[in-house]
Design a protein around this ligand. Structure first.
Ligand SMILES: N[C@@H](CCC(=O)N[C@@H](CS)C(=O)NCC(=O)O)C(=O)O
Length: 246
């Protein structure tokens, strides 16, 4: 039995879901409640973040470590190229996009003017527990802003990082959304970049579809990003390469 401990709305958890789906590995999800998740995540893997994967007796925390574990232990549908140089490039890009995921998250949280639809998307999978779930919303909004460093200065820096990340995608694909980041097939670099940037582009069928708490100015900025090759690339990877079982 395989269990993914997750938050549905987390883009790091989406990266792991995509990987498991790509390999055709069955798994159940255990949606932990934000904040309270730390009791279980510490007990399971000694960390405070999700995703955590339990595969039989093995417990692996952190999306990058999970990705390497899956590649090492399940040879089907490999996401790391056999060629040493391409493999190294895929691994390096995976790490780079992993770090950029932090900036995508901070920038997006920094744009929210209305938290209702964001909180709904974040909490809808949990039982209402006699009103306790909804009573937690103000605590969570405050907690998320503190935890992820959502201050005007840091959000502005994160915007620059996000734009650099999109420019990196554009240069790797040479402006052509049909291409992959490394070589001519899907690798770990692609699913990391696409999953971690997906909240900006809200592909159909993802937890971010229809979530919008920002204003018209931010929407215009996002629309411009959508039209760029990197935005089109994320949507194309989802349309063509995200075999969804979860
Ligand atoms: N480097 C970690 C980052 C995971 C991460 O930041 N997860 C967030 C959700 S997007 C989390 O669990 N935050 C809760 C917390 O820090 O308490 C990974 O790749 O798994």
């Amino acid at each position: 039995m395989r269990t993914l401990y997750q938050f549905p709305i987390s883009h790091y958890c989406e990266k792991t879901r995509w990987h498991l789906d790509h390999k055709g590995l069955d798994f159940q999800v255990d949606n932990l409640f934000p904040g309270l998740h730390r009791i279980k995540s510490k007990r399971l893997a000694g960390i405070v973040t999700l995703p955590i994967l339990k595969d039989g007796e093995r417990v692996i925390g952190d999306s990058t470590r999970i990705a390497l574990y899956l590649e090492e232990n399940y040879s089907q549908a490999p996401l790391l190229p056999a060629d040493g140089e391409l493999r190294q490039q895929a691994l390096e890009l995976e790490e780079r996009f992993d770090r950029l995921g932090v900036h995508v998250r901070r920038w997006l949280y920094g744009q929210i003017k209305q938290w209702d639809s964001v909180m709904h998307a974040m909490l809808k999978v949990y039982r209402p527990w006699f009103g306790l779930r909804d009573a937690m919303k103000p605590v969570l909004i405050n907690g998320v802003q503190k935890l992820y460093g959502v201050t005007p200065e840091r959000v502005a820096k994160s915007q620059a990082e996000v734009l650099e990340g999109l420019a990196l995608i554009e240069s790797r694909i040479q402006g052509d959304p049909s291409r992959y980041l490394v070589g001519d097939r899907l690798t770990l670099a692609d699913i990391s970049a696409a999953a971690l940037f997906a909240p900006l582009f809200t592909p159909a069928g993802t937890p971010w579809e229809g979530v919008a708490g920002h204003d018209a100015k931010t929407q215009q900025f996002l629309d411009e990003l959508h039209a760029h090759p990197a935005g089109q690339w994320v949507l194309r990877r989802y349309a063509e390469d995200r075999q969804r079982r979860s």
